[in-house]
Design a protein around this ligand. Structure first.
Ligand code: CP
Ligand code: NVA
Length: 329
């Protein structure tokens, strides 16, 4: 705007540009203009989604930013070095302040208590974008992927009915597994988990997974073993995730040793007796030690549709919890 105005000289080009309207004082506004700015401010407050990520992300970040934009909002990405949380400011103060200016907080954290702590003090919905315990957005995308690969009907009470399917999880018992297993129990999918000794499902989590059967007519059943072949027997879908989740980097060598023999290969699937038409899923990011290229990049692999489905899962979650204010049915 100052181009051409140097040394008191105004170019012809500059003088032809319509002058912008400035806001110097409320005295510049008519009463109705002033009121409309206040009203618009109230309406716009609904539009910003704070994305507070204390860990790296490709899929969750891109899908959430894209979903917020598709729904007409503004995603505000706040990485761990961008805000005062954890360094200069408490979870309580952060939650109260950010939720006062936004319509939702999507948070990726370490301890699950960080995301429940944010939720406890928040005036707006909080969506877990991965904690050490759960990854609900991933599970919604995973079930969309299963639903598309194994078309099935809705049962009379409008719930997904995937009865008869079996998932085999071969690998670490982690955050992605816990929500996936809860989703399986709720939709009638049997889930068999094979993890090495010492890397199985903690007792309190097993209880939570099994309690998901409450009120479900034919819930899926959870079974556990340390033998991959046992879990794979008659499975429709083989699933795994990294053996070293974010935050566990110091345990890398120990874990690589503990999980030796758990890599998903065609040979393992055959030896274990997976169904002929078995499919493979993985939330990504993937490392070759947990699944061989011959599976990961094969026609059995659903990993890229699964990743794309993160977008539609994010749209559904934001629509449900933010636009529809948690009225989900
Ligand atoms: N699956 C998943 O959550 O990926 P990102 O860590 O890249 O978000
Ligand atoms: N279990 C992994 C999932 C990453 C999407 C982790 O927590 O790092």
């Amino acid at each position: 705007a100052f181009r051409g105005a140097v040394n008191g000289f105004q170019s012809r080009a500059y003088s032809q540009v319509a002058k912008p309207r400035h806001l110097m004082s409320i005295s510049d506004l008519t009463p109705s203009e002033f009121s409309s700015l206040v009203r618009n401010a109230a309406a716009r407050k609904q539009d910003t989604v704070a994305m507070m990520f204390s860990k790296r992300s490709t899929r969750t970040r891109v899908s959430t930013e894209a979903a917020v934009t598709m729904l007409g909002g503004h995603p505000m990405f706040l990485g761990k070095d961008d805000i005062q949380l954890g360094v200069n400011e408490s979870l309580y103060d952060t939650s109260v302040v950010i939720s006062s200016m936004t319509s939702c907080m999507v948070a990726r954290v370490g301890p699950h208590s960080d995301v429940t702590g944010l939720a406890e003090h928040s005036a707006v919905p909080v969506i877990n974008a991965l904690s050490d315990d759960f990854h609900p957005l991933q599970t919604i995308a995973d079930f969309l992927t299963i639903y598309e690969a194994f078309p099935s009907s809705l049962s009379s009470n409008n719930t997904l009915d995937l009865n008869g399917l079996k998932v085999a999880w071969v690998g670490d018992s982690n955050n992605v597994l816990f929500d996936l297993a809860i989703g399986c129990v709720k939709t009638g999918v049997d889930i068999a988990v094979a993890s090495p000794q010492g890397y199985g499902i903690p007792d309190h989590m097993r209880q939570l997974i099994n309690s998901a059967a409450h009120g479900v007519q034919s819930p899926g059943k959870l079974s556990e073993t340390t033998v991959p072949e046992e879990a794979i027997k008659n499975a429709d879908i083989l699933v795994t995730d990294t053996w070293i989740s974010m935050g566990q980097e110091a345990e890398k060598q120990k874990r690589l040793q503990a999980f030796a023999g758990y890599q998903i290969t065609n040979e393992l699937a055959k030896r274990g007796g997976a169904k002929d038409n078995w499919k493979f899923m993985h939330c990504l990011p993937r490392h070759p030690e947990e699944v061989a290229d011959e599976v990961f990049y094969s026609p059995r692999s659903l990993v890229f549709p699964e990743a794309e489905n993160r977008l539609w899962a994010a749209v559904a979650a934001l629509e449900g919890f933010v636009v529809n204010k948690g009225v989900l049915e």
